[in-house]
Structure formats: structure tokens, C-alpha cells
Design a protein. Structure first.
Length: 205
């Protein structure tokens, strides 16, 4: 009986050690997307779309649509991380005379728990909203900021949201339809790296 109890205690202790070890290994890391690695030109009219919501821009772990990558010369140099930003407008046409939807969608390949991004206003003063959704499309929450219009230096602000199970985000503007023009930059989110094979072997042992 004493031997069985001793074995049970050791098994419980090993499980606790594994849980603690895995938690330490699986710490989340912050990733920032600044769009600066993509060759870009000045203006919406220089870009050909890749679909009804513009070309999809993909990075490891995250994709963007609804906008296009541009350099900051047409934005009075307001991009917080030069030279590029990711903008959308429903009144500046693209190279084929089509228009973007006037909102930006950010889709993660696996859920995240926090997101921060910069917003750059292009047209009239407006309120911008970051809305977070889970995998079923349920609204988890949102945050908003009011910004003056271009080219005021204070036309740049930040939005963020924290919560479990964030699968995608929408960035929207309260500008009137036909007058929407804004951009984002420095999108920072957390990722949980997968354990390395050596770590999995240790856990199995």
C-alpha cells in the first residue's frame, strides 16, 4: 500500500512539473508587422488589385485585406514606421479604376490574446474602431480613437485590444461612405511558439 501511494505521489509530481515546464516553453512572443519589407509606390492609383477587397498581403501567422501597401510620401510622412503603411480608401481608385472597401481586415492563422496597431487618418476628422472577433464571428470587444484629418501630425494614434481567442480584426472609420481614407502601421500581436522536438521528447519522458 505504501509503495502504491509513493508511485502515485511521484506521478502527480511529474504531471505538475510537465505543466510548469510546458508553460515556460510556450510563453508568447510579440510580433510586429510594419509592411516595410514590401516594395511599394506612392499612391492608390499605382496599385493593381488582387480581388474585390484588394490584394491579400500575407505574413507568417497573419493576413491583411481591404487595403494596399503604399509608401508614406502621399501621407505627409506620417507612417510611424517608415517607409510604408497599409491604407484603404473608398474614393481614391486603384490602377484599374476599382475601389477598396474602406475597411481593413486582419486574420490570424491561430488565436492571439492581444493586438496593438497605429492608425493614420487621411481625410476629415473621424473616429476609428478596432473590433475583435472569435473563430465563430462573435464580437469579443472593440476600442476606438478620434483623430483629426491629414496632414496634422496628431492624425496618428494607436488602437489595441486584449482578450482570449482573437481570430480576426476589423479596422473601420466613421467617415461617411465615399469619404473613407485611412491607414494602419506597426501591427503588433502575440504568438505562442510550438515546442521544439527536443522539448516534446522531454515532456514525453
Amino acid at each position: 500500500m505504501g509503495r502504491s501511494k509513493s508511485l502515485f505521489d511521484w506521478r502527480v509530481l511529474l504531471v505538475i512539473i510537465q505543466i510548469v515546464f510546458l508553460s515556460a516553453v510556450a510563453r508568447s512572443e510579440a510580433v510586429t508587422i510594419d509592411f516595410d519589407s514590401i516594395p511599394a509606390t506612392c499612391c492608390y492609383s499605382d496599385v493593381l488589385p488582387g480581388g474585390p477587397r484588394g490584394p491579400v498581403v500575407a505574413f507568417p501567422g497573419v493576413t491583411f485585406d481591404g487595403g494596399v501597401v503604399m509608401d508614406n510620401t502621399g501621407w505627409a510622412g506620417l507612417a510611424p514606421s517608415a517607409p510604408n503603411l497599409y491604407g484603404t480608401s473608398d474614393f481614391y481608385s486603384l490602377a484599374d479604376a476599382s475601389f477598396l472597401p474602406g475597411f481593413i481586415t486582419i486574420l490570424f492563422s491561430s488565436p492571439v490574446t492581444s493586438v496593438m496597431l497605429d492608425v493614420i487618418n487621411g481625410f476629415g476628422a473621424s473616429t476609428f474602431t478596432l473590433s475583435a472577433f472569435d473563430i465563430s464571428g462573435f464580437l469579443l470587444g472593440s476600442s476606438s480613437i478620434a483623430l483629426p484629418g491629414y496632414p496634422s501630425p496628431s492624425a496618428v494614434g494607436s488602437l489595441g485590444f486584449s482578450g482570449s481567442g482573437i481570430y480576426y480584426l476589423m479596422v473601420t472609420s466613421a467617415q461617411s461612405p465615399g469619404s473613407i481614407d485611412f491607414a494602419i502601421d506597426n501591427v503588433t500581436f502575440d504568438v505562442t511558439p510550438a515546442p521544439e522536438p527536443s522539448t516534446l521528447i522531454l515532456l514525453g519522458a
